[in-house]
Each structure stands twice: as C-alpha cells, then as structure tokens.
Design a protein around this ligand. Structure first.
Ligand code: ATP
Ligand code: MG
Ligand code: FE
Length: 350
C-alpha cells in the first residue's frame, strides 16, 4: 500500500510517500519546505507566519513528493497527517489538506501523533521494530522516555521533562551565548571545539532522592540557569567567557543525563533495543555518548540519520504505514487537531 504523509505541526511543511508491505516500510520520497528563516528575526516561531507559509507550500511540496516518488495521487492508498501535538494554526492547514485529499480520493485518513512519528521514522531506515523497544524522544518541545510494545497500540510514557525540553535548553543557551536562532545546532558546533570537562555543570534529577521519584523524568531548566549564572559571574568579573568550553560542558551534562537515565530504564525493564528520535537526536554529543554507552551495556542503538531527525513528512507516513499494516480503522474525517495530543495516543480514534 502507498501511504502519503503530511506534516505541518511547526515550521516545516513535509510531504512524503512510503510503501507499506507486511515486513517493511520503504521511503519513496520526502519533500520538505521550511519557514524557519522567516521566524529567525523574532527569535521564535510565530504561529500566524507559520500557518501562512504552510498554506503556500503545501501543494508545491505535495507535487514534489509525488514526482520524486514517481507516482500520482490516484496511486495513493491512505493519507496520514499530523493531528498533534503542535501549533493549532499550522496543524489545521495540514489536516485540512489531508481531509480534502482523503475525501477526493475516497481513501482512509489517519490522524497521527507527531512525537511518535519522530520514533517510528526509524523503521524506514533500520527496519520494523522488534516486539519491545525503549524510545528516547528528544526535540524542541519534548524529552520523553517511552516503552513501545507496539508502534500503534502499545506506547507507555515512563517519564518526561518536568520543565524545558533538551532542544529548548540548547536554544536558550544558544541565545545566552549570542548565537543565531535556533541555537541548538550552533551550540553543538561550538561544543565540538571546547573541553567538555572544563566546567562541572549540574546533572538534573540524578541525585539519589530524585532517582526514587523521578528515575525516568528529566529537568534541564536548572542546568540552563547554572550556565547563565556562570557566564554572568565571568562577565561581572570582567573576564572573557570561554564560550566553546561553556557549550561543551553544557552539552556534556545534557548528553550524560539523557543517556544514563535511558540506559538505566532499559536495564530496569529488560529491554535490549533503544530508539532515539526527535530534532535533538541530531545532536552530536548525544549521538556519540549514546553509541559508546549502549555498546558498553550491550544495547542495540537505533538512531535515524540526521536528516530524518528534524520534522518531515516521512515520519508521519511511517506511522500511517504502521497503521495500514495492522489494519487499523481510519480516523474520523471530522477529526480535530490536538495541540497537546498525549504520547500514548498514536492514531486518532484509538
Ligand atoms: P516537537 O517535535 O516536540 O513538537 P519540534 O518539532 O519543534 O518539537 P524538532 O523540529 O523535532 O522540534 O526539533 C527542533 C529542536 O532540535 C530545536 O530545539 C533545535 O535547536 C534542536 N536541534 C536540532 N539539531 C540540533 C543539534 N545538532 N544539537 C542540538 N539541538 C539541535
Ligand atoms: Mg523546525
Ligand atoms: Fe518535531
């Protein structure tokens, strides 16, 4: 079956085509347009601007995805679209396009969870998931630990960030260090030139008292504040700020906490496969430490290539393919988008 995937939860308009068979999900095309440059001067996403950009980019991006896959709309067997979480205006543009296509083509519509898409996209790269995987999903809006017994009907959220998401913390530290928006990739690049052991920044929720109550939760806002205080103290003393060392030491703290807690959860639940997804899984400090620690722990690590980590249509088509493969009934055509769709809900109507 050919599944069309449409993503519009934030500032990327993504459309992709995936072929779903019994034992594989194969990516045929993945077209993305981004309005990120239009938001840069505001230092954050402006929903109204993003919505208008989706409206303009949707049909050209759809055409490109179909052309690249060498298929026509008539070949499409199912339409999957991001139903949430995300920004309501941008989500509505994608949902409207997907509903129109589903009605016109008389094909099933699946409203899918964006954050789960960040995990399931890995099936396009490394094959279908085994029976049980641990998933760490880290992005601009989320940092959650999930136990995945089934990609559509078996997602349990073990824990999440109590404050900032990992990508959000990087963006804030980027701003603090005077780097362009979004700061995440810039902090990553700067960190590669610094000494990760130069400054010992706090490791959130790793103290024994926190381990008891928040073993699978994360917290990055205290770390961000510690970085701000450290930089301020230097500036107040009239001393130069070693920005690369600050970036490297900050990045080391985030990667340390994420990998240590995730591997501990794998051990506790007896899970031997870890999938890491979301925009922040592009982070090189996290990728390196996860590879090293998973190898030591005998855990199979699956992280998609960087181009599949940020928002795209392929991740949505991948969830649609999983739904089609399981014979899941279509979502209702009057489905509403949900800005705070729970991570345990993968497909609308389940
Ligand atoms: P969500 O998926 O939770 O709805 P989102 O879609 O806005 O949020 P993504 O696009 O998945 O988030 O990820 C974007 C985030 O990832 C941003 O915070 C960005 O700075 C961060 N990011 C991207 N690449 C890197 C990197 N190499 N190092 C650190 N952070 C990065
Ligand atoms: Mg984006
Ligand atoms: Fe995302």
């Amino acid at each position: 079956a050919l599944v069309l995937g449409i993503e519009s939860s934030c500032d990327e308009t993504g459309v992709a085509v995936v072929r779903a068979t019994d034992d594989a999900s194969e990516l045929l095309s993945d077209a993305v347009a981004s309005s990120v440059d239009e938001h840069a001067r505001f230092g954050g996403i402006i929903p109204e601007i993003a919505s208008r950009a989706h409206l303009e980019a949707m049909v050209p991006t759809l055409r490109r995805a179909l052309d690249d896959a060498g298929v026509t709309l008539a070949d499409v067997d199912a339409v999957a679209v991001t139903a949430g979480p995300g920004l309501v205006g941008p989500l509505t543009v994608g949902a409207s396009a997907a509903k129109a296509l589903a009605v016109a083509l008389d094909r099933p519509l699946y409203g899918v969870n964006h954050v789960i898409g960040h995990v399931v996209v890995d099936e396009l790269v490394h094959g279908l998931f085994p029976d049980r995987v641990m998933a760490l999903v880290v992005s601009g809006g989320h940092s959650s630990l999930l136990l995945v017994d089934d990609a559509v009907d078996g997602v349990t959220e073990l824990g999440h960030t109590l404050d900032d998401a990992a990508g959000e913390a990087f963006d804030k530290v980027g701003r603090l260090l005077g780097l362009p928006y979004p700061g995440g990739p810039h902090v990553d690049r700067l960190a590669r030139e610094g000494d990760p052991t130069a400054i010992r920044f706090p490791r959130g929720l790793t103290a024994p008292k926190d381990q008891a109550r928040h073993a699978d939760d994360f917290s990055f806002s205290g770390l961000k504040t510690a970085v701000a205080r450290w930089v301020e103290a230097r500036e107040d003393a009239g001393e130069p700020v070693p920005v690369a060392d600050v970036a490297a030491s900050f990045a080391a703290s985030v990667a340390d906490v994420l990998t240590a807690k995730t591997i501990a959860a794998c051990r506790r639940h007896g899970v031997d496969t870890l999938v890491v997804g979301g925009g922040f899984s592009a982070n090189s400090q996290l990728r390196e430490l996860a590879a090293q620690r998973c190898a030591e722990a005998g855990i199979t690590l699956r992280i998609p290539p960087v181009r599949y980590c940020t928002d795209n249509g392929a991740m949505i088509a991948a969830v649609g393919a999983a739904a089609v493969r399981r014979g899941v009934p279509a979502s209702p055509l009057d489905l509403a988008v949900d800005s705070s769709m729970p991570l345990t809900q993968v497909v609308v109507g389940r």
